[in-house]
Write a new protein. Structure first.
Length: 444
């Protein structure tokens, strides 16, 4: 008997029928809606922070996160639970090609959008190859694992954070001592939420820390009259509740594409990790959907870039929600997607986001970029990468220095900046050294 493209989603009541809701099961309408709202809240902090750091419109980013999630849902046939939000992997490349200084809208957004579309296309092509290999041999995931083992993916992810470190520090210092102080207070707010809270509050550390920092900034400036410019609520009061966001058109430029296209490798690593994590949590082998997941993410990134949105990726925040609730129904993410689309069409929501003070954004940059760097090291630890092997030492060491030092290569109109050279360098170096038979010695 042939299986239908979409599951049939059997209705379950978790408190009565089971303590786990599988991807092909569904909740009653009220519970499904509540879970959808929770997933929107979980992705909210990071999905709005990424466009702010790049000078993109947060409304468009939220809108395209919802549309991107629906595109992903269609490509995987509703069988892989996932929410697609703004990817931080694009930040370094976007800032490099646009020269964005970190204040207000990005005047060169079109150049970045064209490169994001090209990256999405490269990602889609990778997905089609994995889809084809997986369908023919059943080894699509194994092929990716061999090409990018944990020592490579960990190094590449760490490089993103290290490459962005100077930008974060410059943004946090701002133009005054007060700005630098507020940036550090923001860091403490996020750290305090991460360490001293539990449950839902802890999972929403970016959002809760952001709100706390804004309240403290408002206390200092609006009430006590200290430091920088007070928070201005006029734009929020004047904004309409519903209306179209500010869409932007892409501009295709060879140099910008050469810088941002390598980000596709990062997205592959992120999505691969997502599929592996969800497979472990659900007890279902989802590797057969890996190629389709890549294609869905790649197409969603192209669609987002075509109207002014950030590139998208599968979100770890939503994996955390699934791990805690043990609810993996893919229909929950359809609900979350429609809620995000509604928020995207609210100018009042966009005005509220744009009201966030720049020193707070600077502090959040330090935290987020630092977490990206540490996530790379976490990949090494979680996969027990053996650094007693010289091959692993060389791959990690060279990759980190290439990225952190922003080592660039230029061949006519084609140019690779730090993240690009580090990404391709890690993959090629590992491939060249993988057959080495020499004795492994730890250097000190």
């Amino acid at each position: 008997m042939s299986r239908s493209y979409f599951p049939r989603w059997r209705l379950v009541h978790p408190e009565r029928d089971t303590d786990i809701v599988a991807p092909d099961e569904r909740l009653p309408l009220g519970q499904n809606t509540a879970m959808g709202i929770q997933h929107v809240v979980a992705m909210f902090g990071s999905t709005i922070l990424a466009p702010l750091l790049m000078g993109f419109d947060p409304n468009v980013a939220i809108l395209m996160s919802g549309i991107g999630t629906l595109i992903f849902f269609l490509f995987v046939g509703g069988r892989v639970p996932s929410y697609l939000g703004s990817s931080f992997a694009f930040i370094g490349g976007v800032i490099a090609v646009t020269g964005y200084a970190g204040a207000g809208p990005n005047a060169n957004i079109g150049v970045a959008l064209g490169a994001i579309i090209a990256c999405g296309l490269a990602y889609t092509i990778i997905g089609l190859i994995v889809w084809f290999i997986g369908a023919r041999t059943g080894e699509g995931a194994d092929w990716i694992d061999r090409l990018m083992p944990p020592v490579v993916t960990g190094s590449i992810v760490a490089v993103i954070g290290l490459n962005l470190a100077p930008i974060a520090a410059k943004g946090a210092m701002g133009g005054s001592t007060f700005d630098a102080m507020m940036a550090l207070i923001t860091v403490l707010c996020v750290g305090g939420v991460a360490v001293y809270t539990r449950g839902t509050t802890q999972r929403l550390l970016i959002l809760v820390g952001l709100i706390l920092a804004c309240l403290i900034y408002g206390l200092f400036t609006n009430i006590l009259g200290w430091g920088g410019a007070p928070i201005d609520f006029a734009a929020v009061r004047a904004a309409d509740w519903l209306g179209p966001p500010s869409f932007s058109a892409p501009v295709f430029e060879a140099h910008a594409m050469s810088v941002i296209v390598p980000v596709a490798i990062i997205l592959v690593a992120e999505n691969l990790g997502h599929i592996k994590a969800v497979s472990a949590m659900t007890g279902q082998n989802l590797d057969k959907y890996l190629g389709r997941a890549f294609v869905g993410d790649g197409v969603a990134t192209m669609v987002a870039g075509s109207v002014g949105g950030t590139g998208v990726t599968t979100y770890a925040e939503n994996i955390g929600v699934m791990a805690v609730t043990r609810i993996y129904s893919t229909l929950v993410f359809v609900t979350a997607a429609f809620i995000a689309i509604l928020l995207g069409f609210s100018p009042k929501f966009g005005a509220l986001i744009q009201m966030i003070p720049s020193p707070v954004i600077g502090g959040m940059s330090i935290v987020v970029f630092g977490l990206i760097a540490v996530t790379g090291a976490r990949i090494w630890v979680a996969n027990q990468v053996d650094f007693s092997k010289n091959r692993n030492l060389i791959v990690a060491a060279v990759t980190l220095v290439l990225g952190a030092g922003n080592f660039s290569l230029e061949f006519g109109a084609f140019r690779l900046d730090g993240i690009g050279t580090a990404t391709f360098g890690a993959i090629l170096l590992h491939a060249l050294l993988r057959s080495g038979k020499g004795k492994d010695v730890v250097t000190s």
